[in-house]
Ligand binder design. Sequence first.
Ligand SMILES: Cc1cc2nc3c(=O)[nH]c(=O)nc-3n(C[C@H](O)[C@H](O)[C@H](O)COP(=O)(O)O)c2cc1C
Length: 186
Amino acid sequence: MQLSDAINGRRAVRDYAAEPVHEESIRRLIDAAIQAPSAVNEQPWAFTVVRDQAVLDRVSAAAKAHMLATLPPGGRSEHFRTLLDDADFQIFYHAPALILISGAADSAWIAEDCALAAENLMLAAYGEGLGSCWIGFAQAYLNTDEGKRALGLPADWKPVAPIIVGQPRTPAPPVPRKPPEIRWVG
Ligand SMILES: Cc1cc2nc3c(=O)[nH]c(=O)nc-3n(C[C@H](O)[C@H](O)[C@H](O)COP(=O)(O)O)c2cc1C
């Protein structure tokens, strides 16, 4: 696959087949993730793979409750509230696997480094015929003590990128892009 095909073809997938993602496949995605650049080559990332659906259900319910309790007024909050109030909405879309990328080093660039690793991972997933989606709804909860305990994370890890992966059940629709604002200096 051409790099441009992956860059242009990857979409956030929100509809998954129950079919599990094999361990070798997950290891290949993580191998792609760790090829990302990182500030001062710190490679601060650590990966937590969750395939237990009961755990994902529990984390989804707790993350929804956490978000509902902490949503600020205004902005997109009302849209989020409607979604989060829906008992049938599982924030991980019942994907067969969650790969959480956390910062596990004392670095000022943990968010940047883990996000770069996440994009590599999502492009590699696309290259394997898998769908993926970053689940920001999980982030605030996973950064609480309770959220870290729920996944058995060390207390000093900083969860950055919860990425679900799995076999897409239906192709994700194209998502239009705004034209980029570009200012040329010189
Ligand atoms: C930081 C971040 C957080 C996101 N959180 C969610 C989320 O909680 N739930 C969800 O369905 N999609 C989430 N997404 C996916 C975006 O909605 C999606 O990338 C965007 O709509 C563009 O679509 P595309 O990825 O198909 O190009 C998130 C994406 C990013 C980068």
